[in-house]
Design a protein around this ligand. Structure first.
Ligand code: M6R
Length: 642
């Protein structure tokens, strides 16, 4: 939540503002309650200045504010796009926040949990607060330390800074090192001061920050996507580290101020393609990218001997063989991918699988030990609830396998094994291609474990993989019929609730369909296990109630026939029945008002197809209702606070 960008150059130009605004537009998915920038202009010798421009609402409002009052060329810039936690989405609460003398500015992602105590302390010393945010506490603390004559300056070098610039730069680094131990909670902080315009000082704890290495300029971002088109060379910032970034260099420090060797990694070039490419929304584009996302996720996993491999594995096979339980932790859509995975992994590996919402996991004192395999599923790799869950699991001795879409993300770094979903950047807040790629990745994981644990022979694994490789084509088949789903959605703009029913692997699909409708259309939607219908939910059915039913293949009559009965039961009580059913399954025709077809595919792989009409339906209904499909109200793409 909240996107942060920074840029520092050798001399003043329009580039810092351009880079930061472009970065913010790439990170706007992280929050869009307000946005703002702070810029330093001029040189210390002939009078430097700080400008702050902010606007409430989406980035387009900040663009308009900047167009109305153009800023002077700048040497460095920081920017922020906000998802409000402390304080309403108003102008005063928008970042950057500034010191009382308006010479120091700071942006923040995270939550300072002891802000109230620190605020009271600062107030007693005469500091005045204008906002309701926790962040304003940090800017005053930093300013106080920066101007504390008794605080010894940090002793190292900041490349390119000389004379008074260097002295003030080292004082700002020392100030950041001095205040961070007093902050409780989570943060990524970026600060700049007009007293040292060629420097950005940053720090992080449990919120993301990466640095992009340029030539004669450097970049900072919550996500490498912020600067992916500008450099491929990135530097990781670890937990509790502080960095000083000038145009000429980057110093990474541990919390005591010792210089660390920077850890470089390459920014994935595919991330550059984060544009709509002719589609009117990212969500539509991403729905249609699913055949490629699934294909890329399962591609090249089998070696010449028919054995599967993960991307990074730091778990001995003996531990995988000895594991007696698996717990999948995730949130939202990713947790539904986990629910689908359970059916396949238990069936293939004969290991008990629990699926738990990451934010519930550690608070119930789960039974976890060195024989437990924990699988964390996350598109962003930065979901704080999931990060805290895997930390808890590792403390209990469990090994953690991450399924993430973002290489280099916190979850991938903190796990013992990584399986990447190659879905490419997912920009729309509502997850689509990440979901299907996550399911595909869990199948790879399940087959990998079945192979290692001796539950499946190599030829059986190959057989399952071959069938999985045919799924992208089947998804394309569903997408080729998208217009019929869109037409139905356009005709239903008057609905005010929707019920989703599914059985077996169709049940998590029902939950996901309902979530898509809630987040995009802002109407009440609920997914139920179809078998639960008569245990209560059927009371919700009255004349005209729309019900979407995901029907299993007729080749599994023990599942199929019961769901067909459910269609009849709700139909008999006046429901409008929309049905997702396999091509050729005529048994539903008599009871379904509308049928969306999917091609024949193995039962366990069906969610990869049946979810697609539900995604298209929610996307089109939201567009018909006039909602912002890519940036639904109140949401942010990555939930980086608990
Ligand atoms: O980045 P993650 O996969 O960890 O995010 C988890 C959820 O916040 C996410 O799936 C959310 O539910 C989506 N907006 C749903 O469309």
């Amino acid at each position: 939540m909240c996107g942060i960008v920074g840029h520092v150059a050798r001399s003043c130009s329009t580039r810092p503002l351009e880079v930061v605004m472009d970065g913010l537009s790439r990170l706007e998915y992280r929050g869009y309650d307000s946005a703002g920038v702070a810029l330093t202009h001029g040189e210390v010798d002939d009078g430097s200045e700080l400008t702050v421009v902010k606007a409430v609402g989406k980035l387009t409002n900040l663009r308009a504010a900047l167009a109305e009052t153009p800023t002077a060329p700048s040497r460095s810039a920081i920017g922020h796009t906000r998802w409000a936690t402390h304080g309403q989405p108003t102008l005063v609460n928008a970042h950057p926040h500034v010191s009382m003398d308006h010479r120091l500015a700071l942006v923040h992602n995270g939550i300072i949990e002891n802000a109230d105590v620190l605020r009271a302390e600062l107030r007693a010393e005469g500091y005045r607060f204008v906002s309701e945010t926790d962040t304003e506490v940090v800017v005053h603390l930093l300013d106080r330390a920066f101007h504390d004559a008794d605080l010894p300056a940090w002793e190292g070098e900041l490349a390119g800074l000389t004379g008074p610039d260097s002295d003030r730069g080292r004082a700002l680094v020392a100030a950041m090192l001095a205040i961070t131990p007093h902050l409780q909670g989570t943060y990524t902080l970026l600060a700049l001061s007009e007293e040292v315009p060629g420097l950005i000082v940053a720090a992080r704890r449990s919120s993301p920050l990466v640095i992009g290495v340029g030539e004669g300029e450097n970049f900072l971002g919550s996500d490498a996507l912020a600067f992916a088109s500008r450099t491929t060379d990135a530097v990781e910032v670890g937990q509790d580290q502080v960095v000083g970034v000038t145009a000429e260099g980057i110093v990474v420090l541990d919390k005591e101020g010792a210089v660390l060797e920077p850890h470089h990694f390459s920014v994935d070039f595919a991330r550059e393609r984060a544009t709509k490419e002719g589609w009117s929304t990212f969500m539509e584009k991403e729905i249609h990218e699913q055949p490629r996302a699934v294909a890329a996720t399962i591609a090249d996993r089998l070696d010449a001997t028919g054995h599967l491999a993960l991307d990074e594995l730091r778990i001995p096979e003996s531990i995988l063989r000895g594991a007696d339980k698996m717990i999948i932790v995730a949130c939202g859509t990713a947790s539904y991918a986990g629910l689908v995975a359970r059916y396949a992994i238990e069936h293939w590996c004969r290991i008990p699988v629990e699926v738990e919402l990451a934010h519930e996991f550690r608070y119930r004192d789960p039974v976890v030990n060195e024989k437990t395999l924990v699988v964390a599923i996350s598109q962003s790799g930065e979901t704080m609830d999931t990060i805290m869950a895997i930390r808890h699991a590792r403390e209990q001795g469990a090994r953690v396998i991450a399924i993430v879409n973002t290489p280099g993300s916190t979850i991938s770094r903190e796990s013992d094994a990584v399986l990447l979903t190659h879905a490419g950047p997912e920009i729309a807040v509502a997850s689509t291609k990440a979901f299907t790629a996550q399911i595909a990745a869990t199948y790879v994981l399940g087959l990998y474990l079945a192979q290692v644990r001796g539950n499946k022979y190599a030829d059986e694994v190959e057989d399952y993989m071959e069938k999985l490789e045919r799924v992208p084509e089947a998804i394309q088949w569903v997408l080729d019929r998208a217009e019929s789903v869109r037409q139905v959605a356009r005709s239903m703009a008057d609905i005010d609730s929707m019920i989703y029913l599914g059985r077996h692997v169709g049940y998590p699909v029902a939950l996901e369909g309902a979530l898509k409708l809630k987040e995009l259309c802002y109407i009440h939607a609920e997914g139920f296990a179809a078998g639960e219908l008569k245990h209560g939910p059927i009371a919700l059915i009255d004349e005209g109630q729309p019900v979407m039913i995901i029907v299993p293949t007729p080749r599994r009559p023990e599942l199929h026939n019961k769901v067909v009965s459910n269609i009849q039961e709700v139909r008999a009580r006046g429901a409008r029945t929309l049905v997702v059913a396999e091509e050729g399954d005529t048994s539903v025709d008599e009871y379904a008002e509308i049928v969306f077809r999917v091609p024949r595919t193995p039962t366990l792989y069906m969610p990869l197809l049946t979810v697609v009409p539900l995604q298209i339906f929610a996307c089109e209904l939201a567009a018909t209702m006039g909602h912002d499909v890519d940036q639904p109200r109140n949401l942010a793409k990555s939930v980086t606070v608990e």
